[in-house]
Design a protein around this ligand. Structure first.
Ligand code: TRP
Length: 326
């Protein structure tokens, strides 16, 4: 089970960090992938753009290979059982631990005029998302580790107080393959909101992709054989390894080692390989995004599958809590 917030455009980091794992998991496990529209209200109270963002995220995920027939692909707000479980978990969560959460402190700093209680209980809602399906594995990045730990705590507290209902969910990724997708300005990873010129979005058109890559920082090149690569050059090789053939990567590695590399040529090659990688995804996503009838069906079928799983859990939850009076 995992969730995707419908804020911002998906980028190459999301693809290699998350979506590629989802696509692989769908053939190995029963999966639930959810668009976290309720979570987005904690930071984006204006809902005018929400419907558009939700549809775009769905389209982009399907374009990346998620198959709505194999997995449950749904919107959080279409599964009201989520908010019921959230309520029960709120009685098991302590104000002190929520206030200490890193993401809460960060967001409170970013929006000092809107430190709403939804922001405080964000991890409680996330625990409800996950435990609603009694999920064991949650494919997420490092930034979600603390939320998962809290989910395990709420599960333990519930089980301890009312009886064993929930497993303890763990963060999941395919082993060694935790890939880093560096930002094009040499500073950190690609990110949804930071430097848009240093991030490649799955919605970028071909010219934009070429422009962003050609602007990436390089230098005059290595001056002696086997010189270690500066970070910004290493980053270009990292990106190349993601989208270019192994022959192409080997060719440029060799040219680097032998000091014959021309970064202009390398960036041109990388740009063409990147365009070849991103453009089919972008075009599929655009076509799906336009297909209202299809997206409506995807959402309906997804909600049906998610609610079926959710209602089974909630029967157990209410029984364990003694809320079944007749
Ligand atoms: N908090 C997650 C993020 O910011 C999104 C999310 C919401 C989520 N519910 C979830 C992730 C459940 C995993 C499982 O990316």
């Amino acid at each position: 089970m995992s969730g995707i917030r419908p804020t911002g455009y998906l980028h190459l980091g999301n693809y290699f960090g998350a979506m590629r794992n989802y696509v692989r998991m769908q053939d190995e496990y029963p999966c639930f992938f959810m668009v976290a529209d309720l979570h987005s209200l904690t930071t984006h109270p204006d809902t005018r753009a929400l419907s558009e963002s939700v549809r775009r995220v769905l389209a982009e995920n399907i374009a990346c290979g998620l198959d709505p027939e194999k997995v449950a692909l749904y919107c959080q707000s279409h599964v009201p059982e989520t908010t019921e479980l959230y309520l029960y978990f709120n009685m098991l969560a302590y104000k002190g631990e929520l206030e200490k959460t890193t993401t809460f402190k960060d967001k409170a700093r970013l929006q000092p005029d809107n430190i709403n209680v939804g922001l405080l209980t964000y991890p409680v809602l996330q625990a409800a998302d996950i435990l609603l399906h009694r999920a064991h594995l949650v494919p997420v990045g490092k930034d979600q580790e603390q939320h998962l730990e809290m989910s395990r705590n709420f599960a333990q507290r519930f089980n301890h107080r009312y009886g064993e209902v929930f497993p303890e969910p763990q963060a999941f990724n395919y082993g060694q393959e935790l890939v880093k997708v560096p930002s094009l300005d040499g500073a950190g990873k690609m990110s949804k909101s930071e430097n848009q010129n240093a991030t490649l979005y799955l919605a970028d058109d071909d010219e934009t992709i070429r422009k962003k890559l050609m602007k990436a920082k390089t230098d005059a090149g290595p001056t002696e054989p086997n010189q270690p690569k500066p970070d910004y050059i290493d980053n270009l090789f990292s990106l190349m390894r993601l989208v270019s053939s192994s022959e192409v990567v080997a060719e440029f590695e060799e040219a680097y080692t032998g000091c014959t590399i021309r970064y202009g040529d390398m960036k041109k090659q990388l740009a063409e390989d990147m365009v070849r990688f991103i453009s089919p995804i972008r075009e599929r996503a655009a076509a799906i995004h336009q297909d209202d009838a299809y997206l409506k069906k995807v959402m309906q079928i997804g909600a049906e599958k998610a609610r079926e799983s959710a209602s089974k859990t909630m029967v157990q939850v209410r029984a364990a809590m003694g809320l079944n009076y007749y």
